[in-house]
Design a binder for this molecule. Structure first.
Ligand code: BGC
Length: 733
């Protein structure tokens, strides 16, 4: 290259850098100016408001709205559940409106989304929700729910995501950004330590500061600092003696002072118990309805209602405290264009929304087991061209799940059940029969005549597909008929309900070529039949396209790539919450299991789970090689190669776990610190590069009350699950 050319390139480079700098400075200034403008507009509005108007804004005004001030152009805030679809209209008075056009996209539930281990899908999922919320005139979507899965019994695990704080932190960001990029606020919930439904209104959770920081808070912190969530919901339970929705330590010390949260904090519905604490400790908005007051609830009687007006008038509470709350509510309204803004009309029930739901199901359903019967190939995928007949058995094959579960219910535009999906995808040449196999009824055990019918069908068919597991309850229109995977209820135990163990065992005897498909929010006790069942799939609650997604996986049109976002223990007694900790607790609930939640426990205490955290099979195979690790200061750069060595295109979730050797405080055997979902054609390989910073190595030292990273040796474990470590190396930092 000539000297002249080099000078030219340098000149160009200089001009380019200069222009980028000018544009960046311009936008920073514009942003700062906008912030000042918004702040002064908010101040101006507050100055014009009477005390009564301000107080009207800090409590509910109907089942899902809070008060506005029409004369100043401040609208009501309209909220809606929930985390996997916009909830049916409940009017202002909790009456389910059956005439409303509210059948929307029923997305797979949170746990299925987490099982995709695909943060981009988290964004797509959130974007569907945000768009449909806009269409339905909602300002805030009451999701995502991200409480850590601490016990398999928690009735809301299906809405939540994982036992692992890192996985939650990554998935939650995409979801929230997806919602909020549509101009709708997300509401991350339930803050904090709400890890069971049983006694959720009573328990007082005690846990170490270390468990709080390492396990229960990271997802919320990511929601605030990485996703900039606009709103957050406090939970029902108490935390260290104070109700979570009016808890100084959680809402003021951690959320606002440490994390810098600027948005609004609302209570869970009727979760406020004391006006002064709510006012002073960081709550901005009291939501809920005193159901005893129906049909004419008087919202001014709320803790944050008339009492507050009296307190301010009597000089017991300064008005600026109320202004602060109104300011945060207005801040969210400005951010989402509710005042002086243009709102997107949103879209409803589009093909694209349905395709996103399908993709999440296809990537979230987990192939737990796939083995061969003697002398044959692995049972799955089934070959459409050779299978002649299939007996589909089990109530869940036909049951619609969308309206179950409690507040997260969705009226689905349509719902492809597993049976319908299998019929759609199998084509005309395969004979499909259906038998119910078991009943879904309170207190019901095995039904001999249904089992007999199922056994007959199984012995006549070439292959059997049993679809069972959990369900949301009994009669969805009756709240108290909720059970199992439902709000306000925990599961009574981890056993298969309704005599399904007997059914599966009888069917396996009649026809060993049986696939068991489980639905539900997580682990179930499979010990009675797991060894004799050649193929098992976990389908969660896979949304309105779930049946098609499941069938595509069964017939090999989609290669499964979901991985468990939680460990499946063999039996309930193996679970750390039950073995080390307390559940359901008395008035105080001690988390003695501490940081040993999920695989952190199973791996450290050497207890074999039924299926490990991160486990999930594929129809192809992957080889891992060439691990390279370099460390410098507090960072490490890692690379390795993954190759698809099978004959089908597939995706592998590569998981990076870190273990510190010789830490000053006890640490888990391994902890997830990075993952990536890699899509590979047959024969293709990719180099995966991962950079770890000190977050990957530190732990919370609750003697010194701070995060620390110790110098020393760290093991780097690359796995296809927490128990299937494929490459290991060390780095000295
Ligand atoms: C649930 C929340 C929900 C709210 C409104 C509460 O009972 O815990 O998750 O958003 O109701 O329906």
């Amino acid at each position: 290259m000539t000297k002249g050319k080099i000078i030219m390139i340098k000149k160009h480079h200089f001009i380019k850098t200069f222009l980028v700098l000018i544009v960046t400075v311009f936008f920073i200034q514009l942003n700062a100016q906008n912030k000042i403008d918004t702040a002064s507009k908010i101040n101006r509005l507050i100055k014009q408001m009477t005390l009564e108007e301000k107080v009207h804004m800090i409590h509910a005004s109907s089942s899902f709205t809070s008060g506005g001030v029409a004369r100043l152009g401040i609208p009501e805030l309209v909220t809606s559940d929930g985390p996997h679809g916009v909830r049916p209209e409940h009017g202002r008075d909790w009456k389910l409106d059956n005439n409303s056009l509210d059948s929307g996209t029923y997305l797979p539930t949170g746990v299925c989304l987490a099982a995709t281990w695909n943060p981009q899908l988290g964004y797509a999922f959130g974007a569907v929700l945000g768009s449909e919320a806009n269409f339905r005139g909602k300002n805030i979507i009451l999701g995502p729910g991200i409480n850590i899965i601490r016990t398999a019994l928690n009735g809301r695990n299906f809405e939540y995501q994982s036992e692992d704080p890192y996985l939650v932190s990554k998935m939650v960001v995409g979801y929230i950004k997806g919602v909020q990029d549509q101009g709708v606020s997300a509401c991350v919930k339930h803050f904090a330590a709400n890890n069971q439904e049983l006694r959720r209104h009573i328990v007082d959770v005690e846990m170490s500061e270390r468990a709080l920081r390492e396990i229960y808070l990271p997802g919320f912190k990511a929601a605030v600092q990485d996703a900039h969530v606009n709103t957050l919901m406090g939970s029902y339970n108490r935390f260290r003696g104070q109700w979570a929705s009016q808890n100084y330590y959680l809402l003021t010390q951690i959320l606002r002072k440490e994390w810098g949260f600027k948005g609004l904090v609302m209570s869970d519905w009727d979760a406020v118990n004391n006006t002064m604490q709510a006012l002073w400790n960081g709550l901005d908005l009291e939501m809920g309805t005193d159901l005893h007051m129906l049909p004419n609830p008087d919202y001014s009687k709320f803790f944050m209602g008339d009492t507050v007006i009296a307190l301010v008038k009597n000089g017991k509470v300064p008005e600026h405290l109320i202004d602060e709350k109104v300011r945060r509510i207005l801040y969210v309204m400005y951010r989402t264009g509710m005042i002086n803004g243009k709102r997107s009309p949103g879209e409803y029930n589009t093909k694209k929304h349905q395709q996103t739901a399908a993709r999440v199901a296809e990537e979230g359903i987990v192939l737990l087991k796939n083995s061969a019967l003697e002398g044959e190939n692995k049972l799955l995928p089934l070959n459409k061209n050779s299978v002649k007949s299939i007996a589909v058995i089990g109530y869940n094959a036909e049951r619609k799940q969308s309206m179950g579960g409690g507040s997260s219910q969705v009226r689905a535009f349509y719902e492809i059940t597993p049976l319908a999906g299998l019929q759609n995808i199998a084509g005309k040449n395969i004979k499909i029969t259906y038998s119910q196999g078991y009943e879904i009824k309170r207190g019901v055990t095995a039904n001999a005549s249904l089992i007999k019918q199922a056994v007959e069908a199984a012995s006549e068919a070439e292959v059997v597909i049993i679809v069972g597991g959990w369900t949301h309850g009994f009669n969805y229109s009756v709240w108290k008929d909720n059970a199992y995977d439902a709000e306000d209820f925990d599961k009574p135990d981890m056993y298969m309900p309704f005599g399904q163990d007997e059914l599966i065992k009888a069917v396996l005897k009649a026809n060993p070529k049986t696939v068991v498909v489980l639905m539900g929010g997580g682990a179930i006790d499979m010990r009675q039949w797991v060894d004799s069942t050649p193929a098992i799939l976990e389908a969660w609650y896979p949304g309105l396209e779930g049946g098609n997604a499941l069938a595509k996986i069964i017939f090999g049109e989609v290669n499964p790539s979901g991985k468990l976002p939680m460990s499946f223990p063999k039996k309930l007694e193996d679970e750390p919450a039950h073995k080390l900790g307390q559940y359901p607790g008395d008035s105080t609930l001690h988390y003695f299991d501490d940081i040993y939640v999920g695989y952190r426990y199973y791996d450290t205490y050497k207890v074999d789970p039924q299926f490990a955290f991160g486990h999930g099979l594929s129809y192809t195979s992957f080889a891992y090689s060439n691990l390279k690790i370099t460390g410098k200061g507090k960072r490490a750069a890692i690379s390795f190669t993954v190759k698809n060595t099978g004959s089908l295109m597939g995706a592998e979730v590569v998981q990076l776990y870190v273990k510190q050797e010789h830490a000053s405080l006890p640490r888990p055997e391994k902890e997830l610190k990075a993952f990536d979902k890699i899509f590979l054609q047959s024969g293709e390989s990719k180099i995966v590069n991962i950079n770890l910073d000190e977050n990957a190595f530190q732990y919370y030292n609750d003697i010194e009350n701070k995060w620390v990273m110790e110098n020393g040796i760290y093991d780097i474990l690359i796995g296809s699950s927490s128990r299937m470590i494929r490459l290991t190396g060390k780095v000295k930092l």
